[in-house]
Design a protein around this ligand. Structure first.
Ligand code: NDP
Ligand code: DXP
Length: 254
């Protein structure tokens, strides 16, 4: 069945991969947003014909406005963080997919939920910084929160089987380890940002790639899992917490 989607952060790693799926499935794009990549979003406008586009960076918005001037069927242009929220709130899509990076995504997540939209959430920072707000709003407005972050999406899909969901006792989050996996302290000296950006498995945006290299990403994912699945975080297993009292365990495994 065809779906109509508003995709926030469409020019990023998750955004462009989402458009690959949208293209393959023949879904309709209601709205798109980006921050600064004008050329990239112009290509997306040409292909997907959204009704609304938001450019959050004001200079980029002015450039996009100029580029769209006089075009037939140009989308309506929204600007700035307020424009992003306006787009997230709009009636029209079946689902809002938030793949903005960083805390800039929180306002749009909350607005989408409060406007009654199901929210597909890649923007883990929405839960890390405002998990209580997001989960309360989801409960209040009776919408679906669909995790997109790969580990959480996989767990979420397993839990769709109600019998399995009842017997959930523990969640393990694996970590790829990033480009520095297995290196000794001596080998890490002198490593650069460019080295950290060379993730061995994933082609992701810069922030999450650096977070992966430092293992910060796994910390963020732990917090994300706590909010999504309602299990308390584990104490450090090396410090001897009893497993039955700490069902959400950390595991750094490759
Ligand atoms: N990439 C991946 O495989 C995975 C990513 N995630 C999560 O998904 C989210 C997106 O990650 P990723 O796609 O890698 O990131 P990218 O950096 O590749 O893309 C980020 C997107 O957000 C837009 N953006 C940047 N700054 C702002 C801002 N201030 N306000 C509004 N929009 C902004 C960018 O626009 P522009 O391009 O114009 O700058 C771009 O469209 C993150 O929360 C990440 O942790 C989770 C799992 C996997
Ligand atoms: C692709 C994805 O969802 C990322 O969260 C990825 O899992 C990052 O992995 P690491 O932090 O384990 O490198």
């Amino acid at each position: 069945m065809s779906k109509k989607i508003t995709l926030l952060g469409s020019t990023g790693s998750i955004g462009t991969q989402s458009l690959d799926v949208i293209r393959a499935q023949g879904y309709e794009v209601f709205g798109l947003s980006a921050h600064s990549h004008v050329e990239k979003i112009l290509e997306q406008i040409e292909e997907f014909h959204p009704r609304y586009v938001c450019m959050t960076d004001p200079d980029a918005a002015a450039r996009l406005d100029a580029a769209l001037a006089g075009r037939a069927n140009a989308p309506r242009l929204l600007t700035g963080p307020e424009g992003l929220k306006e787009l997230a709130a709009m009636d029209g899509p079946d689902v809002v997919l938030n793949s903005v990076v960083g805390i800039a995504g929180l306002g749009a997540s909350l607005t989408a939920i409060e406007s009654g939209h199901d929210l597909a959430l890649a923007n883990k920072e929405s839960l890390v910084t405002g998990g209580h707000l997001v989960t309360q709003a989801v409960a209040k407005h009776g919408v679906k929160l669909l995790p997109v972050d790969s580990e959480h999406s996989a767990i979420f899909q397993c839990l769709q089987d109600k019998e399995s969901a009842k017997s959930l006792t523990k969640i393990l989050l694996t970590a790829s380890g990033g480009p520095f996996f297995g290196m000794k302290t001596e080998e890490l000296r002198g490593k650069t940002k460019a080295d950290a950006l060379k993730h061995p498995n994933w082609n992701m945006g810069a922030k999450i790639t650096i977070d992966s290299a430092t293992l910060m990403n796994k910390g963020l994912e732990l917090i994300e899992a706590v909010w999504l699945f309602g299990l308390p975080p584990d104490e450090d297993p090396d410090r001897g917490a009893a497993p039955e009292h700490c069902p959400l365990c950390r595991a750094v495994q490759r």
